[in-house]
Design a protein around this ligand. Structure first.
Ligand code: MG
Length: 508
């Protein structure tokens, strides 16, 4: 590995003339990306409500310009030529790999893409009403449209064994039904055992009164800022705002933004949302500055990005050590915590709940929600199940996994918006948790005094370790290649189940 002195002397990762030409031609595309990112961020944060219509016209025009640049013959031919070159270095190969993947999607028939976009918009509106009325029948015909289009898309994208493979690969490069089946069939039974062993006497299953306690939103904002400062965020390159659906947006390595939200009650929600997005942000902030402005300046996959947020939110943020670190600060800001001990807060942050709602699930039950969605998506793409059978399938699966039955469609199949866009995304949540498990397993072995450092608020070493193992590479390596190179591992769920078992059954 290069030293930091060598690093500061290196001025480029790219030497091959064809790749250099490609990156030169990529500059306007990067600039468009930059502009689109700011527009998206603005739309979600500060844009006046009535600006929506004008913005959507401008946005769709920019999307068209983007496509035109990308599908320009000159640019496409450069990519094709680069495919033929032997002896590229890892960074150069990464550029070509990522561009090929984007081209594959851009090359889908424009009519199909348009159909998808119209169907999604209509499905979204129908989903809102169906959810409101808790009536799946209102959504079903739109879901049928989405299913038809997604099948066609899978055919056009191509796959070897299962149509779902084509869709899963869009979010997690190289992911297939074969791999996912293996991962979930290893993960779920072990999680079932851990959950089954938590009896009513466990302090993890008792709800805390704090879930009902309201907080002052301005005070909460201060707490979130304190948390970010504790984690070493440089507000010269980073900011935090508010949006209904929190997200992270990376504009450049020196401009990464997160949003959070304030429900006004149950302060752990805002706190963990902030820490979650902060984990995404560190990934982008610590990428190699020499890949800025190239197609490599992005996480290598949704799963790997989610591993960074999950690691910070759960493995660090909900650990005994971190709770010890932040308790004085929390007590300082929230008078209502006066009578609560550090131990009380630890269990408040780590309550295990069998809830039908995915977004309210905890780190132990979350993956059941994902396994359920994956099984249904796979069956849908298989054509093995008809749309009207889905709600019952959903409910009975929930009963198998968590022993609870959603009381209606709103609590069941209509709770998530994701299917209005199609399938293949959900598994990346579990892949992220699994990789976060690999990371905590390896980090505790490789980083000296890991727990002590977290307890003392010394997170520098951990962040540097993550930079070296994952962050700096951006999209250079495909996710499975990155896992192999940095950890000599795959999406191996054993690390996650070991971590959960130790934490929830052996108080460690
Ligand atoms: Mg996330």
């Amino acid at each position: 590995m290069e030293t930091s002195a060598q690093r500061s002397k290196t001025t480029t990762r790219f030497k091959n003339p064809t790749v250099k030409k490609l990156l030169e031609e990529y500059k306007p595309l990067y600039a468009l990306d930059h502009a689109e990112s700011i527009m998206d961020w603005d739309l979600e944060t500060y844009m006046p409500k009535e600006g929506t219509e004008g913005r959507s016209v401008a946005s769709s025009q920019i999307t068209l310009i983007h496509q035109k640049f990308f599908l320009d013959d000159n640019f496409k031919n450069l990519v094709l030529r680069a495919n033929e070159i032997d002896g590229l270095n890892d960074y150069e190969r990464g550029v070509v790999r990522v561009l090929n993947r984007t081209l594959k999607v851009m090359n889908l028939p424009p009519k199909l893409l348009e159909e998808q976009s119209i169907a999604s918009t209509k499905a979204f509106t129908a989903w809102q009403e169906a959810r409101e009325k808790s009536d799946f029948k209102l959504f079903a015909p739109h879901l049928d449209d989405i299913i038809r289009i997604q099948r066609e898309m899978a055919d056009k994208l191509g796959y070897e064994k299962h149509p779902y493979d084509a869709l899963a690969d869009l979010y997690e490069e190289g992911m297939t039904v074969e791999k996912l089946d293996k991962i979930f069939s290893n993960l779920i039974p072990v999680l079932g055992k851990i959950l089954g062993s938590l009896d009513q006497s466990s302090p993890f299953v008792k709800s805390s009164k704090l879930e009902q306690v309201p907080y002052n939103k301005e005070q909460m904002r201060i707490v979130n800022e304190e948390l970010l400062k504790l984690m070493g965020f440089d507000f010269g390159k980073f900011r935090m705002d508010v949006s209904a659906h929190p997200f992270t947006i990376a504009i450049s390595p020196s401009d990464v933004r997160i949003t959070t939200r304030y429900e006004g009650v149950d302060f752990k929600k805002s706190m963990s949302t902030t820490i979650h997005e902060a984990g995404h942000a560190i990934y982008n902030l610590q990428m190699d500055p020499l890949i800025a402005g190239t197609p490599l300046f992005a996480g290598t996959s949704f799963g790997i990005h989610e591993s960074q947020s999950g690691f910070l939110e759960n493995m660090i943020g909900r650990s005994r050590e971190f709770v010890h670190l932040v308790t004085p600060m929390l007590k300082n800001n929230f008078g209502f915590l006066e009578d609560y001990t550090e131990e009380d807060l630890y269990y408040y942050f780590n309550t295990v709940k069998r809830t039908p709602i995915r977004t309210e699930a905890d780190e132990l039950t979350y993956n059941f929600h994902i396994a359920l969605r994956y099984e249904l998506e796979k069956a849908i793409m298989d054509g093995k199940v008809s749309t009207n059978e889905l709600p019952e399938l959903w409910n009975s699966r929930m009963e198998d996994y968590l022993g609870i039955r959603p009381k209606d469609d709103k609590e069941g199949i209509l709770q998530d918006v994701h299917w209005t866009d199609g399938f293949g995304y959900f598994p990346t949540y579990s892949l992220g948790n699994i990789v976060a498990g690999v990371i905590i397993g390896k980090a505790k072995k490789e980083i000296q005094d890991f727990d002590k450092n977290v307890r003392a608020g010394n997170l520098m070493q951990i962040k540097e370790w993550l930079r070296v193992k994952i962050h700096r590479f951006g999209g250079v390596y495909a996710p499975q290649e990155l896992l192999r190179r940095s950890f000599d591992e795959d999406y191996n769920p054993n690390y996650l189940t070991d971590y959960l078992e130790k934490k929830y059954l052996h108080s460690g």
